[in-house]
Design a binder for this molecule. Structure first.
Ligand SMILES: [Zn+2]
Ligand SMILES: [Zn+2]
Length: 349
């Protein structure tokens, strides 16, 4: 089979790999959709292996197949996999992490927090930018019949991350929420927050992405290059700031503006990865009784819950995909994604 490999410094290649066969407890999926996530850009841009190191996991000697938003159909089942876990032909997403399976975090569905090891498919092990993917049966999260493979791919990282973060900051629908960064995760957060009933202020430095945010129901859009974002949020919230804010960009200025654009007793959520933050603890946090929340992806249970929510509310998650590609168009796909002006891309092998 063929798979997409990041070679470092914005180079990638479609390489030939042996078709995987499932070992004990494993399944092989035929990939139907493999989403492109913002964190893939970090891996794509970094020197070979450097992106993985930046995500504070490990050094990689040989590149692995990229893609950590897998969705497809079970093609083969290994020994010791029960009928209840997986059947050939089953439509499924993948919770794209593997842990020891027995520590407290693995048992609660948070294998990315495993006390023993860190495995992420598409980052430390082969991922889904390929025709087939081998994973432990325990990582499978069944795809509701109502949802397409593309939507399943989005929920497997970007949209699932947005859903989990909105829950973590306590969005009820009564609030105004300001969402910094309207890339794939931020756009999903805008769409889901609207579905939950909130008033959404969407911020991004890209005109194109602000236009997408409008299409996803954002009540107001702000370009921080043109208008002071803290000032603009305050003007929209009777001078107080938003009850809830969230940074999906990972940009230090955006993080600080999100904190300063949050009203007293409000909550700010960190969602965008990487980089740092300098903050005046007294003025910006303590004297405004702020709550800061850091939210990293979701559990297997959270992923299933997000899928159920999207299906039951008939949320058009597929709108987040502005570009669709074949595997052999991966180079073109990442070149465009690298401009950070588009919605999400998906590889349909
Ligand atoms: Zn574990
Ligand atoms: Zn991701």
């Amino acid at each position: 089979m063929k798979g997409v490999v990041f070679l470092g410094e914005r180079k990638l290649a479609l390489q030939e790999f042996k078709d995987p066969t499932p070992g004990p407890g494993e399944v092989v999926l035929e990939i139907k959709a493999s989403g492109m996530c913002g964190s893939d850009l970090k891996l794509y841009r970094a020197p070979l292996g450097g992106g993985v190191k930046d995500l504070a996991v490990k050094d990689l000697s040989a590149p692995v197949i990229a893609g950590h938003e897998p969705c497809g159909v079970v093609a083969a089942v290994g020994p010791y996999v029960s009928e209840a876990q997986a059947r050939v032909g089953m439509r499924t997403m993948v919770h794209h992490y593997g842990g020891c399976g027995v520590c407290k975090h693995c048992r609660s569905g948070w294998s990315q927090l495993c006390l023993k090891r860190f495995v992420a498919y598409g980052i430390t092990e082969h991922g889904a930018h390929a025709q087939y993917l081998k994973v432990p049966a325990a990582t499978l999260v069944p795809l509701p019949d109502e949802l397409s493979f593309e939507v399943g791919a989005a929920i497997s990282c970007g949209t699932g991350t947005a859903y989990a973060a909105l829950k973590r900051i306590g969005l009820s629908g009564r609030e105004t929420v300001a969402i910094f960064g309207q890339g794939p995760v931020g756009l999903s957060a805008t769409q889901l927050a609207k579905a939950i009933g909130a008033r959404v202020i969407a911020l991004d430095v890209s005109e194109e992405r602000l236009a997408l945010a409008k299409g996803f129901g954002a009540d107001v859009t702000i370009d921080p290059k043109k208008d002071d974002p803290v000032q603009a949020i305050k003007e929209l919230t009777h001078g107080e700031g938003a009850e809830l804010t969230m940074d999906c960009s990972g940009n230090p200025d955006a993080r600080l503006a999100a904190i300063r654009g949050t009203q007293t007793w409000g909550t700010m959520g960190f969602v965008g990865e990487g980089d740092k933050l300098t903050v005046d603890v007294s003025t910006d946090l303590m004297r405004r009784q702020l709550t800061l929340v850091a939210s990293w992806t979701f559990s297997t249970v959270g992923q299933a819950e997000c899928a159920r929510f999207v299906a039951d509310r008939r949320i058009a998650v597929e709108k987040v995909f502005t570009h669709r590609y074949r595997l052999d168009q991966a180079e073109e796909a990442y070149k465009l994604f690298d401009t950070q002006s588009t919605g999400k891309g998906v590889l349909l092998p």
